[in-house]
Design a protein around this ligand. Structure first.
Ligand SMILES: Cc1ncc(COP(=O)(O)O)c(C=O)c1O
Length: 412
């Protein structure tokens, strides 16, 4: 743990960083990789001088890195500025094939970015939106709430791999399988899932899996990973010289080269978080294997801390954990969301900030879920989320600070 934490300059400020679900910190190697692109000189792809070839290779290395992270082929990795931007992009490309009377399925559990872009595209195309309801006691969307909405007109199922508000992990493989049987594509939001899982795209069965590097220790950049063959089937808008059916067809304008270098460094960091084995960074099979081993260890560490977080909060008088907290650690991310009787979530978050604890408060853009749980108009909730660089002192300090505030002592 000490070796991992030492790699994160931001952690040296002594605060408790439990806000990774809104964006993680980055290790020194990512900071260095981003700045080294600026230091070495910039250009654009397709020029005759050396830097141009280097930047072109960097794009390919970034695709290969993300492919290794999720168990996919580099030729199916599309980059974009954010998950939200990419989802609007794919909503435009996919909805061009929809016909009036077709249907799509979204869920109440999903972040707004995996719901509203689809709803807007559907409205323009005359397509019916069916919404799978949240089970308010369990804090998840049961499989049958999604599969029960599938018909022979369903064109798309947009579903989260993990809720960024409640932490719950729906049974995705069944959903994607049933969607395929019904002739629908699945678009899976992995933004809150990817940082807390050993992602294996084939096992998830997703046609399209989207995630954001700034939630897994990288820069502000996102990627959609498609199942083989799918990208070539669609015809997204782009400029005339952008030819071919590959990922570049989905990318608008000049690539963010420094951020792509940061993506490569972040994936290499995930393969070897403590920086012990320099060779773990080798690309291809070796890197995928190193990732699977290291990610499994990180998941185990996070689950233990997540369980301690939930148990600690549950013991504080007045704390009301949101549904999802009761789920088995394997069915949830290490994210705990709660309210404190007698205080607004903003008041709690401000008290925690004074105590040196960084957490998020509000609806976390899980707009539909916050509405279904009746939290949207009362300040949402406080969310504490664990990442691989957190240690047990972080959880203890958070619980002590909440407890101190709940019992009338200003935390400190
Ligand atoms: C589950 C989930 N989906 C989507 C998003 C949106 O991601 P981005 O900021 O890359 O658009 C977020 C951001 O917090 C998220 O947590």
């Amino acid at each position: 743990m000490d070796a991992v934490r030492a790699r994160y300059p931001a952690l040296a400020d002594g605060r408790v960083w439990l806000d990774g679900a809104a964006g993680t910190q980055v290790p020194d190697s990512v900071i260095e990789a981003v700045s080294s692109v600026y230091r070495a000189g910039l250009g654009n792809q397709g020029a005759a001088f050396p830097v141009s070839a280097r930047l072109g290779e960097l794009v390919e290395r970034a695709r290969a890195a993300v492919a290794d992270l999720v168990g996919a082929d580099p030729g199916n990795v599309v980059f974009g500025p954010s998950m939200t931007a990419l989802t609007y992009r794919f909503a435009a490309a996919l909805s061009a094939r929809w016909r009036p009377g077709d249907e799509i399925v979204v869920t109440e559990l999903d972040h707004e970015a995996n719901l509203w872009p689809w709803a807007q595209a559907a409205e323009r195309a005359g397509v019916v939106v069916r919404t799978a309801r949240l089970d308010r006691e369990r804090g998840t969307v049961p499989v049958e709430n999604i599969t029960g909405l599938l018909t022979d007109r369903t064109r798309l199922v947009a579903v989260t791999a993990a809720s960024n508000l409640l932490g719950s992990i729906p049974e995705l493989a069944t959903v994607t399988d049933r969607a395929r049987q019904a002739g629908a594509l699945s678009y899976v939001d992995g933004v809150h899932h990817c940082p807390h899982a050993v992602v294996d795209l084939a096992a998830l069965g997703a046609d399209l899996y989207v995630h954001s590097a700034y939630k897994w220790y990288g820069p502000h950049l996102a990627a959609v990973v498609a199942r083989p063959g799918l990208l070539a089937e669609l015809a997204p808008d782009n400029l005339r010289p952008v030819a071919g059916g590959g990922p570049a067809r989905y990318e608008l304008g000049t690539n963010p080269f420094p951020a792509l270098a940061g993506v490569v460094a972040a994936v290499e960091h995930l393969a070897d978080p403590a920086g012990h084995a320099a060779t773990a960074a080798a690309s291809g099979d070796g890197r995928r294997r190193a990732l699977v081993t290291a990610r499994a260890a990180a998941v185990e560490h996070e689950r233990a801390l997540g369980a301690a977080l939930v148990a600690g909060l549950r013991a504080v008088p007045g704390v009301e954990l949101l549904p999802g907290a009761q789920l088995d650690p394997a069915q949830r991310t290490p994210t705990a969301t709660f309210r404190l009787r007698g205080a607004t979530p903003a008041e709690v978050a401000r008290a925690l900030a004074r105590a040196g604890v960084n957490v998020c408060h509000g609806h976390a853009y899980a707009w539909a879920a916050a509405g279904a749980l009746g939290l949207r108009d009362s300040g949402g909730a406080v969310r504490a989320s664990v990442n691989h660089y957190n240690h047990d002192q972080d959880v203890r300090r958070l619980v002590a600070a909440v407890s101190g505030y709940a019992t009338g002592r200003e935390p400190g």
